[in-house]
Design a protein around this ligand. Structure first.
Ligand SMILES: [Zn+2]
Ligand SMILES: [Zn+2]
Length: 345
C-alpha cells in the first residue's frame, strides 16, 4: 500500500512510500481508510514543533471501513463503517490512565505521530476505541469526528459554556468554526468570530452559514474595540482561543468580563507567548488549558451526528488523493479553504 511517511526529524522529510499493509493483533481491526483530515498538528509535525517518532505514517483524523477483524474482537464485523478515538497505546498504569484521563497519558502513542496513521490505504486500531458512523453521515464528514470530539471536550466539557453566555472565538479554521457551532449548541446567546484577511474568501462564508452573530477581521479591524461595541461595553463571558496566535492569545484577556473564562484550544507551536497576566489577575479570570479528546466527548460527537444536530462535514473544503499530498499540505499550511481531506482509496 501507499503511506505518507515522516521519514526523519527536522523540517520536511515527508515522502509518499510503498509500505506493507499492516498486520493486525488479536484485539485489532484493519480499516480501509476512506477519508482522512489534515490537522494543524500535522503541520506542526512537518515543522518539528509537535512530538513524533519517525519513521511514521501521518494522519490521525480518519473514517473508514473494517476489512479484517482480529480473533479477540467483539461487536465489530467486516464492512462496518467506523471512526476511532486516537488513544491506541496508553500505559494503563499511570495515575492519569487509572483516573480515566488516558488521553493525556505521558506514554501515549497515537496513530499519525506515535505509530502509523491514516494517510495510507489501511490503518489498524484496537476495537475498544471504535465508534460506529451514524447512517446519515458520510465518510468525509465522519473524518471530522475527531476534531469535533476535541472541541466538545475542550469547549463544552471543560470550558462549560452555559446557556446565555456571550462567546468570542479567535481563529476561523476548522477548530474555530466547530467551536462556534458547539458554543451555539451549548446555548450561547451571542457568538463573535475573529479571523484574519486569509479567512475572508472561504472561512467567513462558512461562519455566516453556521450562523455566527458577528465576524471581525483582525487584520483590518480593532478586535477589542469591535467586541466592546458589539457587547455594549460589557465584553464576553468566554473567549475560545482556537488560532494559536500569540497576539490573539493576549487579546483573550482584554475581551472577557471579570470572572470570564479563557479556553485554550489552538497551539502556538514553539513560539513564546507574552500574556497580560496582571489583567487576568485583576479580572479573576479562569483559564482552561486543553489537550485531546475524552471518551465522553466522542460519545457526544456521535450523538450529535446521529441526531442531525451537527454534520461536521460543513468545515470540509477540499479533497485530494494521496499522490496530491504536497498540494493538500500546502493548502492546509496556507489556510486555503478550511478542512482539507485526503482520500487514500
Ligand atoms: Zn487533529
Ligand atoms: Zn498512562
Amino acid at each position: 500500500m501507499e503511506g505518507l511517511v515522516k521519514t526523519g526529524k527536522g523540517t520536511g522529510f515527508i515522502e509518499l512510500k510503498e509500505v506493507p499493509i499492516p498486520s493486525i493483533k488479536a484485539n485489532e481491526v484493519l480499516i480501509k481508510v476512506k477519508a482522512a483530515g489534515i490537522c494543524g498538528t500535522d503541520i506542526h509535525i512537518l515543522h518539528d514543533s509537535f512530538p513524533y517518532y519517525p519513521p511514521v505514517i501521518l494522519g490521525h483524523e480518519f473514517a473508514g471501513e473494517i476489512v479484517e477483524v482480529g480473533k479477540e474482537v467483539q461487536g465489530w464485523r467486516k464492512g462496518d463503517r467506523v471512526v476511532a478515538e486516537p488513544h491506541s497505546r496508553t500505559c494503563g498504569v499511570c495515575d492519569l490512565c487509572r483516573a480515566g484521563y488516558s488521553q493525556i497519558c505521558p506514554d501515549k502513542r497515537s496513530p499519525g505521530w506515535g505509530m502509523d496513521g491514516a494517510f495510507a490505504n489501511y490503518v489498524t486500531m484496537p476495537f475498544s476505541l471504535l465508534h460506529r458512523i451514524p447512517e446519515k453521515i458520510n465518510y468525509e464528514s465522519a473524518a471530522v469526528a475527531e476534531p469535533l470530539a476535541i472541541v466538545l471536550h475542550e469547549v463544552a466539557e471543560r470550558g462549560k459554556i452555559h446557556a446565555g453566555d456571550k462567546v468570542v472565538v479567535f481563529g476561523a479554521g476548522p477548530i474555530g468554526l466547530l467551536s462556534a457551532k458547539v458554543a451555539l449548541l451549548s446555548g450561547a446567546s451571542q457568538v463573535i468570530l475573529v479571523g484574519t484577511d486569509r479567512d475572508v474568501d472561504y472561512r467567513f462564508k462558512i461562519a455566516q452559514q453556521i450562523p455566527v452573530d458577528y465576524i471581525i477581521n483582525g487584520s483590518k479591524e480593532d478586535v477589542v474595540a469591535k467586541i466592546e461595541e458589539n457587547t455594549k461595553g460589557k465584553l464576553v463571558d468566554v473567549a475560545i482561543e482556537a488560532s494559536g496566535s500569540p497576539k490573539a492569545i493576549a487579546q483573550t484577556v482584554q475581551v472577557i468580563k471579570h470572572l470570564g473564562r479563557i479556553i485554550g484550544v489552538g497551539l502556538p507551536g514553539n513560539r513564546m507567548v507574552e500574556f497580560p497576566w496582571q489583567i487576568a489577575m485583576a479580572k479573576v479570570a479562569e483559564i482552561y488549558f486543553n489537550m485531546s479528546s475524552s471518551h465522553s466527548s466522542w460519545n457526544r460527537a456521535m450523538n450529535l451526528m446521529e441526531s442531525g444536530k451537527i454534520d461536521p462535514g460543513f468545515v470540509v473544503s477540499h479533497k485530494f488523493t494521496l499522490k496530491e499530498w504536497k498540494q493538500a499540505f500546502e493548502y492546509a499550511e496556507k489556510g486555503i479553504g478550511a478542512k482539507i481531506l485526503i482520500l487514500p482509496n
